[in-house]
Design a protein around this ligand. Sequence first.
Ligand code: NDP
Ligand code: MG
Ligand code: MG
Length: 332
Amino acid sequence: MLYDKDVTTNFLQGKKLAFIGYGSQGHAQANNLRDSGFDVIVGVRPGKSFDKAKKDGFQVYSVAEAAKKADWVQLLTPDEIMPDVYKEQVAPYLEAGNVLGFSHGFNIHFKEIVPPAGVDVVMMAPKGPGNLCRRTYVEGSGVPALYATYQDASGHAEDLAKEFAKGNGAARAGLLKTTFKEETEEDLFGEQNVLMGGITSLIETGFEVLVEAGYSPELAYFEVDHEMKLICDLIYEGGFAKMYNDCSNTSEYGSYTRGPKVVNAESRAAMKQNLREIQDGTFAKEFMADFRNGFKKLYAYRAEMEKSQLQQVGEELRARMPFVKNEDKYSD
Ligand code: NDP
Ligand code: MG
Ligand code: MG
């Protein structure tokens, strides 16, 4: 891990940094780098983000205009939008010596974006949501980040990535070196199999099994959904050891003996298959095809999720629990 004191080069000084997109990451990174003393502009389409960036005191331009002015173009639109934005509004204005920056490796790794020789291509990927990156920066701490180099035209691309991460406050918490390939594949694997795909499938299946067996949906909701956060908090704080220590011996014994029957050899094989489809580009191709088809599949899955019994029951119960706040805690 690298920290502030380890990043001592000065290649970023004097460069004009354009943040393309002013959403979760764009607003956090633009504000953090500006407060760290760098020359920051914003490039975004007219609309909500454009107005917010103006209100926050930035010079705001069209994407093309910002790309033309900048030495460093940091692409922070949604990943699926990025290839078109890049091709039409950024690529024509990239010059030798410029830096093209990312916060996720998807488009470079899967060759949706193919940058020209002569520019540095780097990544600074914060390991947390944008609002948290901004809030912790203001408080004097930061969110750790990964950094990587894909193309080193200048001979100091890696130093630039590290300086950029330091400017974002990430080196206060720690910088970890990676590659575009590793970051992309690991990120997709985590969200598909454990963090989002895994956890939602587990909650939903547990809920359905209980309700089908005649247990009340409300009770089932509390058992397999609401309590999830409490258990995760304990794991976050002290690993499985702390979590088991805070729970009963009955639950611990049941966990060791029954859990592996649920997430079993078949699940492990499915995870490995999912990983192969990430590695060979099958997932990326499928996702981008759905995007180019108007996200028909994504929106159908979303509609199905929204009308599920679990979501409905959960909404009713959460409305009666004012202490469960459905708001963005990290907005600034
Ligand atoms: P958001 O969806 O929060 O923000 C996207 C921004 O892009 C908005 O300002 C939006 O403006 C703008 N935008 C959308 N379409 C266009 C367009 N056609 N032309 C110009 N601007 C457009 O994105 P995130 O910040 O979540 O993600 C940005 C990048 O950061 C991605 O690569 C993501 O993988 C990565 N990342 C995100 C993290 C996070 O915290 N969310 C964490 C780590 C990495 P408008 O308001 O007009 O829609
Ligand atoms: Mg991701
Ligand atoms: Mg219990």
